[in-house]
Design a protein around this ligand. Structure first.
Ligand SMILES: Cc1cc2nc3c(=O)[nH]c(=O)nc-3n(C[C@H](O)[C@H](O)[C@H](O)COP(=O)(O)OP(=O)(O)OC[C@H]3O[C@@H](n4cnc5c(N)ncnc54)[C@H](O)[C@@H]3O)c2cc1C
Length: 526
């Protein structure tokens, strides 16, 4: 083999580490070498000048629309937010007692959870990386609490996992044993100089030191014999109870079961801890905006069409209560209606723009909240928040609530599915969805069915005014349609999660609004 330059050797080494230990080991190795990534947008644009005397019609009172309205008002613009729903927030919704939803072609559902209980059936997590969302929770004093997004003590339950099929394993056990075995293998290879003779002696020492720590290997012979982080079969206690550690899961069994693939050394961006949630429900953010915008938002106003004539934009509206038609005229329009809906509206756009609107697909997504009479996951299994990882068809995850610890009842997330799974389940009635979720959940938690109280489910692709969970761009559409939509047309600009690289996140909606009001202000000030 040709001798490579030191930097190339390091890269090649990382490549090999990934091949042996998967991305988890690769990322940990990178971190051990101090290589990191960071990028943030954490405040609205500082705009100078004034919008006095100019009116902006904002279509949609989701987070993008309300962010724009809030910031443009500060600049002196007259804003009018036109919202079809009777409430603000768009997808930023929370189902609690009395909340109702009727999917297109579906039965009406009214949430029957006990007072104080809720499910965030739309957005549920605020990652630390989303400083834009956190900017407003801080500004508006929306109290936050930690959302337990990663819980080593939660179960992994796989039906197609070879020797571990149908068995509940703690994530901590799988993590500890998988990493221990991989670290042992790699450490022995490094020690035997099998991996890469081009690694410097110093790097070899550092890597061995890291692997001993990573895999809890014995210094003497670099063997993994288990670690207490994997948990105990019997926990230590007082008197004559030293505890009984688990025997490590075998490397071969772990490999053939593939359960090691359910975790990674670090969470994907933006799933890093610390993850937050607003105390009492995600819609607290929407309510905080709505309170500040007051009468600037007009509810029950469904946008029917847009027309641009001269230096004005005219928006035709239908009152969803009375059916009365009206119109609003403005100097500019910022449209935050999801593209899945906007393409069904007569916007008077050019063919090129209309074509661009059609290019993006929207994710079918579904969630179900199940109120349980007893928090058996805490009482019986000591699982406080986090996700149960499973391959049970159509479930994806069962997630336990991150609030109300040790109370009597709780609402858990019974499934959170996408794509085909979401489409299939959305064809079921609410009662059938509940049954589907119970049949799966009781395989993992025996008291599931007996503890069940009532449920609330949503299939976002069947929700009017959304018609999908979030925009899903492919590479080609990012190149062709995305720049066209970012530009807007004439006096109409677009904003929303769909015009960001943070699709499916509230931060995408907020940062898109920040970006587009800057553009709008530039045009209006020209
Ligand atoms: C299941 C699910 C899970 C998610 N999880 C997270 C998460 O954990 N964390 C996170 O940060 N984000 C999450 N998101 C994404 C987040 O909810 C969205 O990115 C964000 O709320 C989108 O805001 P928006 O203003 O762009 O659009 P929307 O909130 O959809 O706002 C658009 C507004 O336009 C209105 N509208 C539509 N049509 C018309 C019309 N004809 N006339 C008038 N008004 C109209 C709608 O009623 C709505 O109020 C999740 C979304 C879903 C669906």
């Amino acid at each position: 083999m040709t001798r490579l330059s030191p930097s190339l050797t390091r890269r090649e080494f990382l490549f090999r580490a990934a091949a042996v230990g998967g991305s988890a080991l690769l990322l940990n190795t990178m971190q051990a070498w101090g290589m990191g990534i960071a990028s943030r947008t954490d405040a609205p644009p500082a705009l100078s000048g004034s919008g006095k005397g100019k009116k902006v019609a904002i279509l949609g009172a989701g987070l993008a629309g309300m962010t724009a309205a809030f910031e443009l008002s500060k600049l002196g613009y007259q804003v009018e937010v036109l919202e079809a729903r009777p409430f603000a927030g768009g997808r930023c919704q929370t189902a609690r007692k009395g909340f109702s939803l009727q999917e297109l072609g579906g039965e009406p559902q009214t949430c029957r959870f006990d007072d104080g209980l809720y499910i965030n059936h739309g957005p549920w997590r605020i990652p630390l990386d989303h400083q834009s969302t956190l900017y407003y929770t801080r500004l508006f004093d929306v109290p936050l609490e930690v959302m337990v997004n990663d819980n080593d003590h939660a179960w992994i339950y796989m039906e197609d996992a070879g020797p571990f099929s149908g068995k509940r394993l703690r994530q901590e056990q799988v993590k500890a044993d998988m990493r221990g075995h991989v670290a042992e293998l790699l450490a022995k290879s490094v020690q035997a100089k099998q991996l890469d003779t081009a690694l410097s002696a110093d790097d070899r020492m550092l890597l061995l030191d890291y692997l001993e720590h990573e895999g809890a290997l014995s210094k003497k012979d670099l063997v993994y014999r288990g670690r207490n982080g994997a948990g105990y079969a019997v926990n230590p206690g007082a008197g004559l109870r030293p505890g009984q550690p688990y025997d490590p899961l075998g490397f071969r069994e772990l490999l053939s079961s593939r359960v090691g693939k359910v975790y990674s050394a670090v969470q994907e961006f933006p799933m890093h801890a610390t993850m937050f949630q607003p105390v009492g429900g995600m819609d607290r953010i929407a309510q905080a905006f709505a309170k500040r915008l007051g009468k600037k938002i007009r509810y029950g106003q469904e946008v029917q069409s847009l027309r641009q004539t001269g230096d004005k934009v005219t928006i035709a509206l239908k009152d969803t209560g009375s059916g009365k038609l009206s119109s609003v005229e403005a100097d500019y329009c910022l449209c935050t209606i999801p593209l899945s809906v906007l393409r069904t509206i007569d916007g008077g756009f050019s063919d090129r723009f209309k074509e661009a609107l059609k290019t993006v697909s929207y994710a079918p997504v579904g969630k179900i909240g199940l109120q349980m009479k007893r928090r058996f996951w805490e009482e019986d299994d000591q699982i406080y928040g986090g996700h149960v990882l499973t391959d049970l068809k159509g479930i994806n995850t069962i997630s336990l609530p991150s609030s109300g610890w040790q109370q009597k009842k709780g609402v858990l997330l019974g499934y959170y599915h996408y794509a085909l799974d979401a489409i299939e389940a959305s064809a079921l009635s609410p009662a059938e969805r509940t049954e589907f979720a119970l049949q799966a959940g009781e395989k993992i938690f025996p008291p599931y069915r007996a503890s069940f109280d009532n449920a609330f489910s949503v299939a976002w692709h069947r929700v009017q005014y959304n018609l999908g969970g979030w925009a899903e761009w492919d590479e080609a559409a990012r190149k062709s349609a995305y720049p066209v939509l970012l530009e807007g047309e004439g006096r109409v600009l677009l904003a929303g999660e769909h015009l960001s690289y943070l699709t499916g996140w509230q931060a995408g909606a907020i940062e898109s609004a920040w970006q587009q009001i800057e553009q709008l202000h530039k045009r209006a000030s020209a």
